[in-house]
Every structure is written in C-alpha cells, then in structure tokens.
Ligand binder design. Structure first.
Ligand SMILES: [Zn+2]
Length: 171
C-alpha cells in the first residue's frame, strides 16, 4: 500500500465512522423526541431531562448540567448516544447500543430507559407512567406491535397506543 493510498484509506474509514456516529445520534434524537412527547403529555414539561450526542458532546453537556460527572462519564464510552439525567442528582442511565436494530425497536429501547429512569427517580418514584387507559392503576409497557412501537397493557386491556401519541388519548 503506497503512502497516499494508506492516507486515503484512513480518511475514508474516518468518514465512515463519522457517518455511522451521526446516524446513531440522529436516530437516538428522533426516538427521544418521540418518547418525550408522551412524557410531557403525561407528567408535564421538565419531568425528565435527556441529552443526546456523541460521547464527547455528552461529556460536555453533562459536565455543564452536572458538574463533577465528567469522571463518571469517562467510563460511558462505546455506543452511548444519549443520557437520561436522574431527577434526584443520581448519575442516570445511558442510552445506546441499538445501531443494528430496526427503528421501531430503537423507539421501544428508548421508551424503556426513559420509563425506568422516571419511575425510579425521586420525582415520580413508583408512578404509573404511562397510565394504562383501561385499568388506571398500573403503567403500560413498550413493545413493538404490528410493526409499530407502542404502549401496551400488560394485562391485555387497552389496545396498543403508538408511542408519541399519548397526548391524543384521553387519560
Ligand atoms: Zn391495563
């Protein structure tokens, strides 16, 4: 391999890696936005804070939002493209690892993390989020139903509700 070819090869790999990263980040961002529409519909604005970006961008934004976290996040490398911030100042949960998943599975993965973060945080600890429209006592679960990322009743009550559309459903 000539020096020029080697250089071109390195640049090409770099560009491919960058494209993969930006795609993973954008998919995470789109899925987070969708799920956050439901968070806002159910619990109001500010019920959860999620930041999205490359590991370096995450370290920067989290370092600003939670000074002192930089060291915690040094370990959060690899395919993390988002971070759920704990409401009680806990370190939160990383989002990512779904670059090979179908879009609907990505949405379900993001919904799982955000749901877990919310109901285990001090602000909404144990809340039935999102509230089952039929039984009104327990949370719904995120699953892909008929190729669509949906909230479903674990007891088979209410039919699946597309994630991102809870605002359209009477509570
Ligand atoms: Zn139910």
């Amino acid at each position: 391999m000539s020096r020029r070819t080697a250089l071109w090869h390195a640049v090409g790999m770099c560009a491919t890696a960058l494209r993969a990263w930006s795609l993973a980040v954008e998919r995470t961002r789109a899925a987070v936005n969708l799920v956050m529409q439901d968070v806002e519909a159910e619990l109001g604005r500010g019920a959860a804070i999620v930041v999205v970006g490359t590991p370096e961008e995450l370290r920067q934004s989290l370092g600003t939002l939670r000074p002192g976290w930089r060291t915690v996040l040094e370990g959060a490398v690899g395919d993390v493209t988002g971070w759920f911030l704990g409401s009680d100042g806990s370190s939160g949960i990383g989002l990512g690892g779904w670059e090979y998943l179908d879009w609907e599975d990505v949405v379900v993965g993001v919904a799982d993390v955000i749901q877990e973060g919310i109901i285990e945080g001090s602000k909404h600890w144990g809340a039935a989020f999102p509230l089952c429209r039929e039984h009104r006592t327990h949370p719904m679960e995120a699953h892909v139903v008929s190729d669509r990322a949906s909230w479903t009743c674990p007891k088979g009550g209410v039919g699946p509700i597309a994630i991102g559309t809870l605002a359209l459903q009477a509570k």
